[in-house]
Write a protein that binds this ligand. Structure first.
Ligand code: UDP
Length: 461
């Protein structure tokens, strides 16, 4: 019996890319997968066998957003303005129309679309939720939102221990995102509809955070399917280079050519996700730290200001979009300086490279703890201020960056051990999505359950 799933991703690369990867994995398993997104976001999605795209209009006109803003990357800061939330809500009506026209059997919806819960119920189909995080961060978010442990300390920089988890994790209030410190109505709405969902589909794998998977299953009473790392659906160079079709092909060629001339494991890849921007002063310190380390690097810059000029022998600067999965999997890459977005964290783990962690906002400070303290494959740069506005962020000095790079890329025992652990995790990640692996089996189980559900519905209809 054919199964048809609608995928509805949030309009930002950190959600769109993993959802498209996930849709491809389902499509590879014979499911008809349809990505529903807005016209400008659709240009970044490649269709394929069993994988289609349907568009719904984005109404900037009614919301006060400037024309052409259909993605968080077009906004000055990663903060989601109320007008954008309104525009996401306005997608409901055209989405309903698509449901009546195409009759899918299930919706995998981003958590940001709270309305998709009621819509799915109305059409009598299950709604599975995707929130783009791992279990560790989800658990920390849940515990701190409920117990408010951070309110028991007096200062923003006074450490507290996160209760009720298997590891001793210390955090400071300054590292917590606004959605934990001061959740607004939208956050409450998302949490409520998440609870009403059929279950959650997670981009992670069981052995990476097994204790936290069990903890969540026990305490949240939610059904979960772990299907990651989904970026592994991009196998060949072409797939990796074209993962986001908005990325210009010549950048991939340039990066590959540069990397091909380097020794294995010698290059540090530096990228702060799709939204990580820095002031000119911070960029200057970063250049000085990277150059001072003596290690070669590819540095991805998302700045509208001047691109730093670096001697090509020492480093390659990419201004704009870089083919991250392609770069991370090149044998010349031996380290990753990351903002700890969940996709980047998981892509680093999957590629088997140790990381320098420099979180900026959202749940990235939680992911840092997982990478550095639980998995022990990272070195922290020591930044402690969760902040979306680059102008308000404290500047990390070049000397500090240099020390972190040398620690990560050097040949000391701790660095060698870290690299070894990273390679082991990469093996585990690949096994998880391979035939008979935990993520492969979870996806099979979910597909079978949805097919059975459809068959039962047809019988009783
Ligand atoms: N990415 C990329 N090239 C870039 C920047 C980002 O391919 O120049 C991809 C990256 O591989 C990841 C996603 O964009 O899949 C970013 O997601 P993440 O959760 O790491 O961070 P966010 O951008 O949401 O902060």
């Amino acid at each position: 019996m054919e199964l048809h799933i609608f995928f509805l991703p949030m309009l930002t690369p950190g959600h769109l890319l993993p959802m498209v990867d996930m849709a491809r994995l389902f499509a590879d398993r014979g499911v008809r997968a349809t990505i529903v997104t807005t016209p400008s976001n659709a240009t970044n999605v490649r269709s394929g066998p069993n994988l289609n795209i349907l568009t719904i209009p984005f109404s900037s006109a009614f919301t006060g957003l400037p024309d052409g803003v259909e993605n968080l990357t077009s906004l000055p800061t990663p903060e989601i303005p109320p007008a954008f939330v309104k525009a996401l809500d306005l997608l409901e009506s055209p989405f309903r129309k698509l449901l009546s026209d195409h009759h899918p059997d299930c919706i995998i919806s981003d958590i940001f679309y709270s309305w998709s819960s009621d819509v799915a119920a109305e059409f009598g189909i299950p709604r599975l939720v995707f929130q783009g995080m791992g279990f560790f961060s989800l658990i920390l978010t849940g515990i701190l939102s409920q117990l408010k442990t951070h309110e028991t300390v007096t200062g923003d920089d006074e450490p507290f221990i996160v209760p009720m988890i298997p590891h001793e994790i210390k955090l400071m209030r300054s590292e917590l995102p606004t959605y934990v410190l001061k959740p607004n109505d939208d956050i409450h709405r998302m949490a409520k509809t998440q609870g009403k969902s059929y279950g959650m589909v997670m981009n992670t794998f069981h052995d990476l955070e097994a204790e936290y998977v069990e903890l969540l299953k026990m305490s949240w009473h939610m059904r979960v399917w772990l299907v990651g790392p989904v970026s592994l659906c991009n196998q060949g160079l072409l797939d990796q280079s074209e993962r986001c079709s908005g990325a210009p092909g010549h950048v991939s060629d340039q990066c590959l050519k540069w990397l091909d001339s380097k020794e294995p494991g010698s290059v540090l890849y530096v990228c702060f996700g799709s939204l990580g921007k820095f002031t000119a002063m911070q960029m200057h310190e970063m250049a000085s730290g990277l150059l001072g380390s003596g290690h070669q690097f590819i540095w991805v810059v998302k700045s509208s200001g001047e691109t730093p000029v670096v001697d090509e022998e020492k480093g390659l600067v990419v201004n704009g979009w870089a083919p991250q999965v392609l770069i991370l999997n090149h044998p010349a890459v031996g380290g990753f300086m990351t903002h700890c977005g969940w996709n980047s964290s998981l892509e680093g783990i999957t590629a088997g490279v140790p990381m320098i962690t420099w979180p900026l906002f959202a749940e990235q400070f939680f992911n840092e703890k997982l990478i550095v303290e639980v998995l022990r494959v990272g070195v922290s740069v020591g930044f402690k201020q969760c902040c979306m506005d680059m102008e308000r962020r404290m500047v990390v000095k070049g000397e500090v960056i240099e020390v972190a790079v040398k620690r990560l890329m050097g040949g000391e025992v701790e660095a060698v051990e870290r690299k070894k652990r990273a390679k082991e995790l990469s093996k585990m990640a690949k096994m998880a999505v391979g035939q008979g692996g935990s993520s492969h089996s979870d996806m099979s189980a979910l597909i079978q359950e949805l097919v059975d559900l459809k068959a039962n519905k047809a019988k009783t209809a």
